[in-house]
Write a protein that binds this ligand. Structure first.
Ligand code: HEM
Length: 491
């Protein structure tokens, strides 16, 4: 019966809403996984009026992300994405076009090259030292520390220093460096709202005649307000950099991302773009860097710690690996991490079970395409369910078990060639900053495990603290914040 029509099988859509009622907005990857168990690894749905394809096996992911990559290389143009990306002047949400190709080249050559990522090494190492010092204040503290919050603030500060040169605070028209006691900056609050607005359901995207509902609900107002406030912040940071650009930099000072982009804006000979770089291009790229770079890395570390607390055997083994090799060291640097093969397997196993972007970033088809005998039309919305693929028994033995050993003797990696493990996607639209993300995760996790022994706070319910339910949002965070007690390692 599967092959009677040329469109992939899928649940019958209802009039107007299509299959929207079958998807839980707080964990769409989970609803789609359940549906795919019934309808198969290539499934069609209707989200309102939008024809949608969902891919849930490594074989089908390879078809979409490798064999037919070009036809699947565009992105849908949703209202929230358009507004916050300065009408798609960014990299992540720009449709596939000559413009996107030029932007991608600029980012790969100038912002995310291995040389550039290396230039940020002192910033990463310094921030990890600060993180360990901050956690030391909670040494054996009986209520423990909120690791979800601490890791989010760590990655936010790190990205601020890489992108803006320092951590700014924008409250009450004041700009001062952030004191360690302050937890959430104005920028962080705005970015949280921006992230919520990116995943918000817009009636105008799904029901062209019902766009007015977005106005009545107040989502358009929220979008405008967040856009304006973020724009103001970006502009102030850019102005600050313009003032400093003329001043000579000392040898130790690392050029941050705004410095690099402003230099290219002022001297067009530094790049080969066919258009003039403007402030709006810089702001759109900043939005990508903040939204893609902050949450993802902190989510992975929190999931890894949750999985390790649930698996004391693995926790013990990974700590032994680190401490046997580096017993006398207080702090591990990025060279030290290279020898930690079991730690690297723990990170891979975490990303198999808890990919921070479980449905990757949605794609859109550009032309007619035939996959597995089915016809896929242009302008179809495409989700690749990396979460379901990481748990597919066809590819993984005992998929639900957290067992990093599975990677010790296997060459399976997350670099986009093995379609059973694709936390960074694959093909043309694959994450261009994978190296930066992985370095941040490995370095911070290794030091958390090296410096401290971890236990649950007294009186906390283990089932609740270590459960694996997720929060709604574009990045998959643990629903209940992770509280743990760090106990300084005895040296
Ligand atoms: C460890 C953390 C990270 C994970 C798991 C991750 C994951 C992803 C995924 C799944 C995609 C979509 C791939 C696709 O469509 O096939 C993506 C795209 C992207 N990521 Fe990452 N990412 C991470 C870190 C970062 C960082 C640190 C940055 C920037 C500082 C970044 C910037 C981007 C950008 C700009 C895109 C859009 C690429 C395009 O559409 O051409 N990511 N990432």
């Amino acid at each position: 019966t599967r092959r009677t029509s040329s469109t992939p099988p899928g649940p019958k859509p209802l009039p107007i809403i299509g299959n929207l009622h079958q998807i839980d907005p707080s964990s769409p990857h989970h609803s789609l996984w359940q549906l795919s168990k019934h309808y198969g690894p290539i499934m069609s749905l209707h989200l309102g009026y939008i024809p949608t394809l969902v891919v849930s096996s490594s074989k089908m992911a390879k078809e979409v992300l490798q064999t037919h990559d070009l036809k699947f290389a565009s992105r849908p143009s949703f209202l929230g994405l358009r507004k916050l990306s300065y009408n798609c002047l960014d990299l992540a949400f720009a449709p596939y076009s000559p413009y996107w190709k030029e932007m991608k080249k600029l980012c790969v050559l100038h912002l995310f090259s291995s040389q550039r990522v290396q230039s940020f090494r002192p910033i990463r190492e310094n921030e990890v030292v600060q993180l360990i010092q901050k956690l030391s204040q909670f040494d054996a503290h009986e209520k423990g520390v909120n690791l979800s919050e601490t890791m989010m603030s760590f990655t936010n500060t790190l990205i601020c220093k890489i992108a803006l040169g320092k951590k700014y605070v924008f409250d009450y028209e004041e700009e001062v460096e952030l004191g360690s006691e302050q937890r959430s900056s104005k920028l962080q609050i705005l970015l949280n709202e921006a992230e919520a607005l990116l995943t918000e359901f817009y009636f105008s995207d799904h029901f062209p005649l019902l766009g007015w509902v977005d106005k009545v609900k107040g989502t358009i107002w929220r979008l405008d307000k967040t856009f304006k406030e973020l724009d103001l912040i970006y502009q102030r940071v850019i102005d600050d950099h313009m003032d400093n650009l003329a001043r000579p930099k000392s040898k130790e000072q690392v050029a941050d991302i705004i410095d690099i982009l402003l230099q290219m804006m002022n001297d067009q000979s530094l790049h080969s773009l066919s258009f003039e770089l403007t402030f709006d291009h810089i702001k759109a790229l900043l939005m990508n860097i903040f939204l893609a770079g902050t949450d993802t890395s902190s989510a992975i570390v929190v999931w890894a710690m949750t999985a390790l607390m649930n698996n004391p055997r693995v926790m013990n083994k990974v700590q032994m690996e680190i401490r046997n090799l580096y017993e006398d060291k207080d702090f591990l640097n990025e060279d030290d991490i290279e020898k930690l093969l079991y730690l690297k397997s723990v990170v891979k196993e975490t990303m198999r079970l808890f990919p921070p972007s479980p449905l990757l970033v949605p794609r859109e088809t550009m032309e007619n395409c035939n996959i597995d005998g089915y016809e896929i039309k242009p302008k179809t919305l495409v989700y690749v369910n990396a979460w379901a693929i990481g748990r597919d028994p066809e590819d993984w033995e005992d998929p639900e078990e957290f067992y990093p050993e599975r990677f010790v003797t296997s060459s399976v990696d997350f670099k986009g060639k093995n379609f059973e493990l694709i936390p960074f996607g694959s093909g043309r639209r694959m994450c261009p900053a994978m190296n930066m993300g992985v370095l941040t995760v490995e370095l911070s996790l290794a030091n958390l495990l090296h410096s401290f022994d971890w236990k649950l706070p007294n009186g906390f319910d283990k089932e609740q603290v270590l459960d694996t339910q997720v929060k709604p949002g574009i990045t998959m965070h643990k629903k209940i914040d992770l509280y743990l007690v760090p106990k300084k390692r005895k040296s």
